[in-house]
Write a protein that binds this ligand. Sequence first.
Ligand SMILES: [Zn+2]
Ligand SMILES: [Zn+2]
Ligand SMILES: [Zn+2]
Length: 245
Amino acid sequence: IVPITCKICGGFKMKTNILVEYDGGGYSGCIWEWNYFYIDEDGKFEDIMSSGRGGITTLENAKYLLENNGNDFSDKVFVYHLDDKKDMKTFATESNCCNIEGVINWFNKYNSPIAEPFAICSDCKCDMPDADEIYLTDIHGCGGIMSTADNLLCSECYSSGICNCCDEYAGKNDLFYLVNYTVENEYMNKAAKKMETDGYLDVCSGCLDCQAGQIEQDEHGDLLFQSLSTGKPDLFAGEMRWFWL
Ligand SMILES: [Zn+2]
Ligand SMILES: [Zn+2]
Ligand SMILES: [Zn+2]
């Protein structure tokens, strides 16, 4: 999206009510490499995030960046018109999740009825204009103290991905529905049965593994006691093989 030039003099005409995303020249390979500013409907400059040597903090530098579609530090500039739903959808799908949330949070505080960017839920694809309702998931480090997220979820999708047992977000790929749960591992099945009986509906693999391990340990303890006290099963029998491993 290229800024418009004046029809009369051919000079650069500042677009207004735009969100500008540019490469600030800092933290290469990490999320805060992307910087943002906003030009409001009256042409006023607002710095949303600026970092690195190329961080822009004045209207003059913002104009220079837009006129030249870059500057000494940045050759990647994206302009999103806040009144254009298509532009804002592009912002919500192409930008880094943490930055989307950060930008929306800034606009929530700025509180202008004509400047309301939104995020899109990674699961159900609903629009999320409120930063408080956005949940970042699949967070992983990205060098140094920085971290980034791969998913943005609405509160409904987020809560449906929470493990009933540890209350942590697990996501649908790591969450097991316990009703009629069957796998080859007998301890896993016993664990699922027990947790279902305990009143859980969806649990994460970590909790299920932990429960299965607990059951296995308990059963082995009982079996060992029985073997040592009664001689049945024999300590060298096949079913006591785990004891010797
Ligand atoms: Zn002109
Ligand atoms: Zn959703
Ligand atoms: Zn869990």
